[in-house]
Design a protein around this ligand. Structure first.
Ligand code: WQD
Length: 331
């Protein structure tokens, strides 16, 4: 099939592009390179893989949208081009309303104008907000506590309406904490200006950052630091491909959590990073970060049931080792 991937030079998108090419699809990538790494543009040094094309542009604009569909019909669109920093969304909401809301809605309208009705949407556990019970399943109340999570919820609700009124078929995939790099080393471009724990730990290990701040050590958890559900990007990518086939085969949309169902603390991740990298990674214990729940862990039972999917590579050593294999080579 001919498949469009927005944000396909970014961290998650570049992994899905590799898996789609390997499955034999034609892949059209559009990315404005605002946070992507040019190393993930597969034809930047001449001919890239067969069936791969890249457009530098912003899919939320009419020009970007026209370019995305100009080369021919797209049967499926995977949408990763969005801002994802929860903290930033509270100080710069306009950036998120423009891109995550207006841009995504314009993309959906454009898809339908061009006869494309299959949409794979990168959603987030942030739609849930403060956990009212754990593990979090898809029935958990959706009360986002940051504007980023709100933008993801608003798009999910619009997808339900476009499914009902225009026959759009979608898969909304609610990521918990994505981490790791491709087990086979096919993705080499590291994220620029990361905000998440693991890339920041890697920056410390390569020396581009002097220390890691540990936000809070007095939570009601075994070691006092926050617990999170980290999911390997290869596990995430496999779920996306399975979801694409599922909505087409079943002719119905789906919304599922994607998590490992394992809880790992900040201190545990820091200790694993020191062991894997053999670097000191100095830490500074600081105050709690506002908005951080003590624990976040997924139930992925629905993804197991609908997609026959489960996390297979999301243990802490694999998460950190696959990141270190990429960061170390670029240090
Ligand atoms: C993880 C833990 C921090 C940095 C966010 C989004 C969520 C999803 C994943 C997209 C927390 C602690 C972090 C640091 C630290 N994104 N930490 N020092 O906040 O769980 O989730 O990314 O879908 O929507 O909200 O991820 O990596 O920022 O933090 O102590 O320098 O690490 O307090 O407990 P988070 P994170």
């Amino acid at each position: 099939m001919r498949i469009g991937v927005t944000g396909g030079a970014g961290y998650i998108g570049s992994h899905i592009v590799q898996d789609l090419l390997e499955e034999g699809h034609e892949v059209v990538v559009i990315d404005n390179l605002s946070t992507a790494n040019e190393a993930n543009i597969l034809n930047r040094e001449g001919a890239g893989p067969a069936g791969y094309s890249f457009i530098e542009g912003d899919v939320g604009t009419d020009a970007g949208l026209a370019a995305f569909f100009a080369a021919g019909p797209l049967e499926v669109v995977f949408h990763f081009a969005a801002w994802k920093a929860a903290g930033e969304s509270m100080t710069a909401p306009e950036k998120y309303s423009a891109n995550n809301l207006r841009g995504t809605l314009r993309l959906i309208e454009g898809m339908l104008e061009h006869g494309c009705r299959d949409f794979i949407f990168s959603s987030s556990a942030a739609v849930y907000g403060e956990p009212q019970y754990l593990p979090i399943d898809e029935k958990h109340p959706k009360q986002p506590i940051n504007y980023y999570g709100f933008t993801k919820l608003v798009i999910e609700q619009n997808l339900e309406w476009f499914a009902r009124l225009r026959g759009l078929r979608f898969a909304a995939l609610r990521y918990f904490n994505a981490a790791g790099y491709d087990l086979r080393g096919r993705v080499r471009g590291i994220e620029r200006n990361p905000a998440n724990l693991l890339p920041l730990l890697m920056d410390c290990a390569v020396g581009t950052r002097s220390e890691i701040q540990v936000f809070g050590q007095d939570y009601d958890t075994p070691d006092g630091t926050c617990l999170r559900d980290y999911i390997h990007v290869n596990d995430l990518s496999r779920a996306h491909i399975l979801a694409m086939h599922a909505i087409r085969k079943n002719d119905e949309s789906l919304t599922v959590n994607l998590g490992s169902e394992e809880e790992l603390s900040v201190q545990q991740m820091l200790d694993v990073a020191r062991k894997v990298t053999d670097k000191a990674i100095p830490q500074k214990n600081t105050e709690r970060r506002p908005g951080d729940p003590p624990r976040l862990v997924a139930s992925s039972a629905l993804a197991r049931e609908i997609l026959d999917w489960r996390a297979e590579h999301s243990d802490p050593e694999t998460l950190v080792q696959t990141m270190w294999d990429v960061y170390r080579d670029q240090s």
